[in-house]
Design a protein around this ligand. Structure first.
Ligand code: PMP
Length: 425
């Protein structure tokens, strides 16, 4: 009998004993090509030697130095290194342990800095499982189900999901901005609105990049009304989309950036970044927490940033992302139930339909399981679980992409054969 919670027991059957680069190995040494990267976390691959060495060295020096009690050198160095890679004008950072916690920190900062209560978030957004973060989350019902009442003061506005709307970028952007203007006239006056929280490339809802016109429209409204633009870069940031921050694709300047996941290649740490003048408006006691900016996690994050920059991993993500996209597009041409390929860099989603042209979580699930059997790990996302997501580590090679595509093609053929034989019965 396992003492793990029943819910957690139902998850993957694979036990990962060891990881190296793009691969995981189970107890029998069977290799799995890991195109999940621990949900976008192992940015430099599993157990990158420089990340391992930095963490090992730090463990022998100092493991924990609670950061509101004492400073430690890796904390100071990480704040500097992050300020260097963050967008211009974002020169001050505060740390927590997970994405959700940093989303909460950003909500607190936005409310403290503006003295306003309301937050506008976007349909299909995912911001985490803690109460504030879940209140901003509408991508998947399970994050909110049974969790009511949610945090007050949240208004949800449409996001430019061009594929879902069936419109081009221009029409979709215009529609969504008009709806936001209506919200400002009714549900949430600008003078009551502290911030807009957005993933510039939505993750959990199905790998939807926003549009440039929409993001710029948000920036204009934020400037006009003194509202803060908060970019949740937890999944799409840190090189994942072929730029250091996904917001760079849209040419907008954020007021607050939230980062986690890829930041430390797997060690739990997250951060918010803002200008020093904005960060100075945080009320005493609102930033901190016992484990925030753990020394080993800081050392791993510093090594991760160095590896990403020195090994050109953002460029690799861009380059390999285009290669992966071409391969996925070729698959779409062969299989009519592959309805759409979306995303940027190494954050690619494949929308799977049923035979009636409706989103099919069941078929996507069969595909992911058939891939896993062959040694390729993929995840699903989307409101129906209908999107197969491809998020290999930023170190992925063309050869590994070829290997993954070959395994996946094999899985597709199996599903097609099984379905055809079921139809004959
Ligand atoms: N925001 C985004 C965009 C995410 O993808 C996630 C995690 N999937 C979170 C927030 C929450 O992060 P965590 O699971 O570390 O709390």
């Amino acid at each position: 009998m396992s003492h793990l919670s029943p819910l957690l027991q139902q998850s993957s059957q694979i036990t990962a004993h060891r990881g190296q680069g793009s691969y995981l190995f189970d107890q029998n040494g069977k290799a799995y090509l890991d195109f999940t990267s621990g949900i976008g976390v192992t940015s430099t691959g599993h157990c990158h030697p420089r990340v391992v060495a930095a963490a090992q060295e730090q463990v022998g020096q100092l493991i924990h130095g609670q950061y509101t009690t004492v400073k430690h050198p890796k904390l100071m160095a990480l704040a500097d290194a992050l300020a260097e890679v963050l967008p211009d004008q974002i020169d001050s950072v505060a740390f927590s342990n997970s994405g959700s916690e940093s989303v909460e920190a950003a909500i607190r900062l936005a409310r403290h800095a503006t003295g306003r209560a309301n937050i506008v978030a976007f349909q299909g957004g995912f911001h985490g499982r803690t109460l504030g973060a879940a209140s901003l989350t509408t991508s998947v019902a399970k994050v909110r189900t049974g969790f009511h009442p949610m945090m007050a003061g949240v208004v949800i506005a449409p996001f430019p999901h061009c594929y879902r709307f069936g419109w081009d970028e221009e029409k979709t952007s215009e529609f969504c901005l008009n709806e936001l203007d209506q919200i400002f006239l009714g549900q949430s006056a600008p003078t009551d609105t502290a911030a807009l929280f957005i993933e510039p490339v939505q993750g959990e809802y199905g790998y939807y990049p926003a549009t440039q016109a929409f993001m710029q429209g948000l920036r204009e409204r934020c400037d006009q009304y003194g509202i803060l633009l908060v970019c949740d870069e937890i999944q799409a940031g840190f090189g994942r989309t072929g730029k250091f921050w996904s917001l760079e694709h849209f040419g907008v300047q954020p007021d607050i950036v939230i980062t986690a996941k890829g930041l430390a290649s797997g060690f739990p740490i997250s951060a918010i970044g803002a200008s020093e003048s904005l960060m100075a408006k945080a009320l005493p006691g609102s930033q901190g927490g016992t484990y925030g900016a753990n020394a080993v996690a800081c050392a791993a994050a510093l090594a991760t940033i160095a590896v990403i920059r020195e090994e050109g991993l953002v460029e690799n993500a861009q380059h390999q992302g285009i290669y992966l996209e071409q391969k996925l597009n070729a698959i779409q041409e062969r299989f009519s139930f592959v309805a759409d390929i979306r995303g940027l860099g190494l954050m690619r989603g494949m929308e799977i339909n049923d035979d009636l042209g409706k989103p099919s979580g069941a078929r996507a699930d069969l595909l992911v399981k058939a891939s896993e059997k062959r040694g390729l790990l993929l995840l699903r996302c989307g409101s129906h679980g209908q999107v197969v997501r491809w998020l290999p580590p930023l170190v992925v090679t063309e050869k590994e992409i070829d290997e993954a595509i070959a395994l996946f093609s094999d899985a597709l053929e199996e599903i097609e054969e099984v379905e055809e034989s079921q139809e004959r019965l």
